[in-house]
Write a protein that binds this ligand. Structure first.
Ligand code: NOJ
Ligand code: CA
Length: 686
């Protein structure tokens, strides 16, 4: 290759900008505890390895790629050079679990080059950019553009994660029909099969780790396939196009992220993926108000009303008015109404071709109700169920968002009900015109592109988005803060469909797994503790309140029928008061899968809230009020499990109330019932 040819390829910029090759480049976290090595082994295989306090966490693990139309980049590679950087900054979230986030890391970028595919062809390779924080590591691959190979077609990414010590894993299966909606398995690490991320592990020495990804943009979601022992390899979500990822020109992969912490709290109070995402691209988003909402929803989920037209149609003008009145009276900003639009009458499941996102059913006065709500200080929350048909949705998207924008509807829940792999799309990827239907995965590149398209279109109209059956959260709320919440796990709805459908350990597992990814629209607040045919929930009444503190979302539903909310005035008082936006959040007691008690401070007042959820084992917990402001007395109002409460019997309805005065450093002993929970509101004395 001539020099000018080499320079003309933009790969040169990235590889030559690096300084001379170093042997086994290493980089440490700012506190010096984590050390990462990047190098090639004696077969020229690029690898990384991670240790903490000198003990291996990730044993040497390969890096590389297979392509559909060129040789792999996985061996016979050489290090071309390295560059270093570091950061120590603090940034502010517009809303969230905490107001300020610290980004302190050291960075090492190492260039790896492979052999040209043929003499005279452009140099091939990638840069691995590694960022090491006190709470974990993140790395991504960066590909420069190549003049003679403008499109990169990835057959699979070959990133490995070899977990050095033995340990326990909490995980859900990847590549199965029900997307992310599985109960979590707790197994030895060697017994995981293919898992979604985040996957959480507790290692033999007590170290907690979680493997996930950050900034999943224009790429396929990463699954983890266990190859043998404790060796995992990335498997990208499939595509109907052959290559799992197709990219033009220069590009970078999402960050591969590993949180590493001493304990469960260190895993939870960790902003690794947010820090790996790009800053806010939307500017001032103060138009999004963290919101609590009610809705015409549990009625359909529990089979009393229908989404479709007919006698039991849920979304009627009259019922919506009742819900708006209730919301106005009780300070809920939002009223979600599902089944308002044409398309539900036929077979919408995994089909979606009949959905209209602009035409309301005749018994639902969209314009009139939007105006009625606004007059009362309430907003309708929009709903777009697609049945997984994104071809149909994208064709209507500009009109659908413009309509909501015009009516002052500023949050939309979307839905993609279809079995995994059954997203109906046209191949509207980089170059292809839509030449017919393809079937895609909920976390494949095409659907990843789709979600961002919806979020960006919504942002034009100052609308926030809350997708169900979504792609997993990878921290993109930092870049697009109108992507406020999502489902992406078994939510409350499962409890309507069978007794104890979500077991009592489900939520205390979610806290340390799914919730590490970001906010979830779990939809708590089923105060009746009953679903379809009165099936019982594996929950006490106090747990329904504790969920508001355990499972964060800036839009929190009170999901029960309004009659049921009204029938529990003391619980409703808590739900009305609890914020959906915090200046600080701390896990004050808890273990993965067992229980989780948080202390959170309201972003808009000096009030604190303490509480959370328990699994099936009754336990006495000691809570220390270490986070309260010093020198102040707080009036604590307490909602806790009654002395005999248990999720197993009618005693699940038993709740006890208490009031106390507490100060920073005080302790409180509380008994959490089987399937129980706790909620405490702390108001500083004037
Ligand atoms: C599944 C969602 O999780 C649920 O909340 C919604 O009501 C239905 N799909 C219909 O869109
Ligand atoms: Ca769902």
């Amino acid at each position: 290759m001539t020099l000018s040819r080499f320079l003309s390829a933009s790969l040169a910029t990235s590889l030559l900008a690096l300084t001379a090759p170093a042997l086994a480049a290493t980089v440490k976290s700012p506190d010096g505890r984590i050390e990462v090595t990047l190098d090639t082994d004696n077969e020229g295989k690029p690898f990384y390895a991670v240790s903490r306090d000198g003990k291996p966490v990730i044993a040497p693990s390969s890096l590389g790629f297979d392509f559909t139309n060129e040789d792999p980049l996985r061996r016979d590679m050489v290090v071309t050079g390295e560059s270093r950087a570091s950061a120590d900054t603090r940034w502010e979230q517009p809303w969230g679990e905490r107001r300020f986030v610290t980004d302190r890391h050291n960075e090492l970028a190492v260039g790896f080059k492979g052999k040209p595919t043929a003499p005279g062809r452009d140099q091939r390779g990638f840069t691995v950019r590694m960022r090491v924080f006190d709470g974990g590591i993140g790395f991504r691959y960066e590909f420069a553009g190549r003049a003679d190979h403008p499109v990169t077609s990835i057959a699979d990414e070959l990133t490995e994660f070899v977990i050095a010590p033995e340990g326990t894993a909490w995980w859900i299966p990847a590549g199965d029909w029900n997307r992310y909606e599985y109960p979590y398995s707790q197994t030895a690490i060697e017994e995981v099969s293919s898992a979604h991320t985040p996957i959480t592990m507790r290692l033999a020495d007590g170290t907690h780790i979680s493997i996930h990804e950050a900034a999943l943009v224009d790429y396929s979601g990463m699954w983890l396939k266990r190859m043998q022992g404790r060796r995992f390899r990335s498997t990208l979500s499939p595509s109907s196009r052959g290559a799992k990822v197709v990219r033009k020109g220069a590009f970078e992969t999402p960050w591969r992220a590993i949180r590493i912490a001493d304990d469960a709290a260190g895993l939870v109070e960790n902003d690794l993926e947010l820090n790996l995402n790009e800053p806010n691209k939307l500017g001032n988003v103060s138009w999004f108000e963290p919101t609590k909402y009610i809705g015409i929803w549990w009625g359909m989920i529990s089979n009393r009303w229908t989404w479709a037209q007919g006698e039991r149609h849920g979304a009627t003008t009259e019922r919506t008015k009742q819900y708006i009145d209730f919301a106005a009276k009780n300070g809920f900003r939002g009223v979600l109404v599902e089944g308002w639009d044409y398309g539900w009458d036929g077979n919408w499941f995994g089909n979606g071709r009949d959905f209209s996102f602009t035409r309301a059913y005749p018994d639902f006065d969209l314009e009139g109700l939007s105006a009625y709500a606004k007059k009362k200080g309430v907003r309708l929350i929009g709903h777009h169920e697609t049945g997984g048909n994104i071809a149909n949705y994208e064709a209507q998207l500009p009109d659908a968002m413009a309509l909501y924008g015009k009516l002052g509807i500023d949050v939309v829940k979307t839905g993609y009900v279809a079995d995994a792999g059954n997203i109906i799309s046209c191949s509207a990827d980089i170059a292809d015109p839509c030449a017919g239907q393809t079937m895609e995965w909920h976390d494949g590149q095409r659907q990843v592109q789709h979600h961002l398209r919806v979020v960006q279109e919504a942002a034009k109209h100052r609308i926030a988005v809350n997708p169900h059956e979504p792609v997993k959260d990878t921290g993109l709320r930092r870049t697009y803060p109108n992507w406020v919440s999502r489902e992406g796990a078994r939510g409350m709805e499962y409890n309507a469909w069978g007794p104890f459908n979500n077991g009592p350990d489900h939520e205390p597992t979610l806290v340390y797994t799914r919730m590490l990814a970001g906010p979830m629209d779990f939809t708590p607040g089923i105060l009746s503790l009953k679903g379809d045919n009165d099936v019982p929930l594996a929950s006490t009444l106090a747990k329904q309140l504790g969920l508001y503190l355990a499972i964060y979302s800036p839009i929190q539903m009170a999901a029960d029928f309004i009659e049921s909310l009204a029938a529990h005035p003391r619980e409703l008082a808590f739900i009305k008061a609890v914020p959906a936006d915090w200046s600080e959040s701390h896990l004050v007691a808890g273990e993965v899968g067992d229980y989780a008690i948080f202390a959170r401070k309201d972003r808009n007042s000096d009030d604190w809230y303490v509480g959370g959820v328990n699994d099936a084992t009754a336990r006495d917990v000691t809570i220390r009020f270490d986070h309260l402001d010093a020198g102040r007395s707080y009036d604590a109002t307490i909602w806790k499990d009654g002395p005999d409460a248990t999720y197993l019997t009618e005693a699940r309805h038993q709740i006890a109330y208490d009031a106390k005065t507490v100060r920073k450093g005080d302790t409180m002993h509380v008994r959490l019932a089987p399937g129980g929970g706790l909620a405490i509101r702390l108001k500083p004395r004037k």
